[in-house]
Design a protein around this ligand. Sequence first.
Ligand SMILES: Cc1cc2nc3c(=O)[nH]c(=O)nc-3n(C[C@H](O)[C@H](O)[C@H](O)COP(=O)(O)O)c2cc1C
Length: 183
Amino acid sequence: MPDVVLLSGSASPHSRSTALLLHAQAWLAGRGLEATLLPLADLPALDLLHARYDSPAFAGPKALVAGARGLVVATPVYKASYTALLKAFLDILPQHGLDGKAVLPIANGGSPAHLLMIDFALKPVLSVLGATQLLQGVYAVDDQARVSPTGELWMHDELRERLVRGLEALEREVRSRAPGHAG
Ligand SMILES: Cc1cc2nc3c(=O)[nH]c(=O)nc-3n(C[C@H](O)[C@H](O)[C@H](O)COP(=O)(O)O)c2cc1C
């Protein structure tokens, strides 16, 4: 079971949010923490849309989330909120599916106008699912992070520093939770 699960809420092929998660995954691996990427766009769309929480396709992802001590949840801003893809996945989790977990939210948007989306839209849902430690979110505007056609991420130093601070906070929270007692 991984220590941390990385939820990617973008369906874009050269997604900035997924690239930020891959960066987070490598950073966490360097600290000796196993982190597994869960690209939500790979899950069956109809099962998600119909909220078929008992779909066999969701058993593995749900078990990963249940077993993790921490999550990084990354989403692009769509219409001043997080993506429907991310919401559809959160909807199929059990009511207390994030009980006791630490969560680092990451959002990226075309402009800084919607940076409070993390606090006003995303965090309330994570909280309702039981996440006990909602860390300060990391917001990236498109100018600060670019992904090449081959998938390489360029990040502004200021964003890199904020992301590392967020990951350090997540690492502390994950280490304070005993392995095997995710909730
Ligand atoms: C359907 C759609 C809606 C969007 N709405 C917003 C928005 O309301 N505010 C904003 O700042 N950016 C908005 N954007 C821009 C994306 O959030 C931004 O380009 C983001 O970095 C894309 O992330 P991704 O590469 O991980 O998919 C929107 C993009 C799309 C495709």
